[in-house]
Write a protein that binds this ligand. Structure first.
Ligand SMILES: Cc1cc2nc3c(=O)[nH]c(=O)nc-3n(C[C@H](O)[C@H](O)[C@H](O)COP(=O)(O)OP(=O)(O)OC[C@H]3O[C@@H](n4cnc5c(N)ncnc54)[C@H](O)[C@@H]3O)c2cc1C
Length: 397
C-alpha cells in the first residue's frame, strides 16, 4: 500500500513535518540519504531558546547553554551583551537530528535513512520517487511530496515548483571545527558575531562554542564570495587572530573544515505546487540576517505537515488546497523573513555605517540587536526600536 505523504530529508524541516504527520495519524514515509540525521550537516549548531519553548522541547543531551552575545561592528571594539537566562543552546547536529528523530514517536520506523531520492515525477496520478538504498534502486508513490532536502532541493532539480534561488540571494558559509586542548579553560558561554569587511565578504564571522568543540565560520552571499579576491580562509584566520577570539580559542586546534549553502533570500515564493510543498532551506526558511535556519525550518516543516494532514483528510492535493501552506508559514515567520531581507543589506553591507555608528555605541541598541540575532525579539520590532521616525514612516512601519 502507498503512503499518503513522502517527505524527503531528515533535517529539522523533514523531521518536524514527520512529527506532525505522525501525531495526526497520517501514513507517511521519510527518505534521507545520511546514516544518522544531521551527521554530515555543516552548521554552527546554535538553536535559539524560542525553538525549545515554541516546540515544547527541553534541553537534551549535548545542549550547551549560551548566556551572552558578543558583537563587533566595524571601527568598534567587541561589545558583550549578557542575559541572566539561557538565550539558546549550541548542539552538534547529529545530536539534534537524533533527538528530532526520536520525537517523531513510534512512527519513526517510517523514516528510512541511507536512502537517496534520485528522481521525482509529479503528475495527476500522484508523486513518484525513485530511491537508491544500500540494497539497490526502488520506487515509491504517494499523494503528496514534502521536499525538505535542503538548499538545493531535489524537486527543484527535477523541474517542480520554481527555479533555483539566485547566487545574489544564496549564502555560502565556510567553517572550521576546533577542539579544546587539554589543560585549557572551558569555552565561555558566549556566541560571537563579527561584522565588517575584515572578517567576511559582506556577511559576518561567527564563533559558537559547545562543550569541547568550537565552531568558527564566515561567509556571505555566493555572488560576493565568488567575486571576492580574498579567500574565505583568510577571513577566518583574521577572525581567529582577533585578540578576543584568540583568547576564547586558546589551546584549541582545528580538527576539520567544511562549507555549505544557506538561503538568505527572505520570502521565496511559490513554495508549493500541485501535490508538492517545499519546507526548510528548500523553501528559503532561513534568517537573511543571521543565517539561522534550524528554528525557521522546523516551523516550515511543521506547517507543511499540518497542511498535508488536512489535504489527506479532504483528499484534495491540488494547488488550491496547498495554498494554505504558504499562508500558514507566512503568518508564522513571514515578517522575520521579509524584514530580515530588508535589514540584511544594511547590516551586512554597511555594518555600523548604515545602521548608524552612534546608535551601535549605545548599550540600549546593542541589546536590541543582540536580542534580534538570537530570536528573543522579532526583526520588525528591532527595526521599529532602532529606526528614527522618518525612516519608519518611509518604509511603512
Ligand atoms: C555554515 C552554516 C552554518 C549554519 N549555522 C547555523 C546555526 O548555528 N544555527 C541555525 O539555526 N542555522 C544554521 N545554519 C542553517 C541551518 O543549518 C539550516 O537552515 C537548516 O539545517 C535547514 O534545515 P532543513 O531541514 O531545511 O535542511 P537540512 O538540515 O539541510 O537537511 C536536508 C536533509 O535532506 C537530505 N537530503 C538532501 N538531498 C536528498 C536526496 N536527494 N535524497 C534524500 N535525502 C536528501 C540531507 O541528507 C538532509 O538530511 C547554518 C548553515 C550553514 C551553511
Amino acid at each position: 500500500m502507498c503512503p499518503d505523504v513522502i517527505v524527503v530529508g531528515a533535517g529539522p524541516a523533514g523531521l518536524s513535518a514527520a512529527h506532525v504527520l505522525s501525531e495526526n495519524g497520517v501514513d507517511f514515509r521519510l527518505f534521507s540519504r545520511e546514516q544518522v540525521p544531521g551527521i554530515d550537516k555543516c552548521c554552527g549548531g546554535f538553536v535559539p531558546a524560542r525553538m525549545m519553548s515554541e516546540f515544547g522541547i527541553h534541553p537534551f543531551e549535548g545542549c550547551y547553554a549560551i548566556n551572552s552575545v558578543r558583537m563587533k561592528f566595524p571601527g568598534m571594539d567587541p561589545v558583550r551583551v549578557d542575559f541572566d537566562f539561557p538565550i539558546g543552546y549550541d548542539v552538534a547536529r547529529y545530536r539534534l537530528g537524533t533527538f528530532l528523530l526520536e520525537r517523531v514517536g513510534r512512527n519513526k520506523e517510517f523514516v528510512s535513512l541511507e536512502t537517496e531520492v534520485s528522481n521525482v515525477v509529479i503528475d495527476n496520478s500522484g508523486c513518484h520517487v525513485t530511491i537508491e538504498t544500500p540494497n539497490g534502486r526502488d520506487t515509491e508513490d504517494a499523494e503528496i511530496l514534502i521536499d525538505c532536502s535542503g538548499a538545493n532541493p531535489v524537486s527543484i532539480r527535477h523541474g517542480y515548483v520554481r527555479g533555483r534561488i539566485p547566487n545574489s540571494e544564496m549564502g555560502y558559509g565556510r567553517q572550521y571545527i576546533l577542539e579544546r586542548g587539554p589543560n585549557t579553560d572551558e569555552y565561555d558561554n558566549v556566541i560571537d558575531f563579527f561584522y565588517g569587511h575584515e572578517y567576511s565578504p559582506g556577511g559576518y564571522a561567527w564563533l559558537f562554542p559547545r562543550n569541547d568543540i568550537a565552531v568558527i565560520g564566515t561567509g556571505g552571499l555566493v555572488s560576493r564570495v565568488r567575486d571576492d579576491e580574498t579567500p574565505l580562509d583568510t577571513y577566518l584566520h583574521r577572525f581567529m587572530d582577533h585578540v578576543v577570539i584568540g583568547e576564547q580559542l586558546r589551546g584549541s586546534h582545528v580538527v576539520s573544515k567544511e562549507a555549505a549553502l544557506m538561503p538568505l533570500a527572505g520570502i521565496v515564493t511559490p513554495s508549493f505546487s500541485n501535490r508538492v510543498m517545499l519546507a526548510g532551506d528548500a523553501a528559503g526558511h532561513c534568517s537573511p540576517v543571521s543565517g539561522e535556519g534550524i528554528y525557521y525550518s522546523m516551523v516550515g516543516g511543521a506547517c507543511a505537515g499540518e497542511v498535508a494532514s488536512l489535504a489527506v483528510d479532504e483528499s484534495n492535493f491540488s494547488e488550491k488546497s496547498l495554498i494554505r501552506y504558504e499562508k500558514l508559514w507566512r503568518s508564522r515567520m513571514g515578517s522575520d523573513l521579509k524584514w530580515g531581507a530588508w535589514l540584511q543589506h544594511r547590516l551586512l553591507d554597511g555594518g555600523s555605517s548604515s545602521l548608524g555608528s552612534s546608535l551601535l555605541r549605545s548599550e540600549k541598541y546593542q541589546r536590541i540587536v543582540a536580542e534580534m540575532l538570537i530570536g528573543e525579539r522579532s526583526v520588525r520590532s528591532a527595526i521599529i526600536a532602532c529606526a528614527p521616525g522618518y525612516l519608519r514612516a518611509k518604509i511603512g512601519l
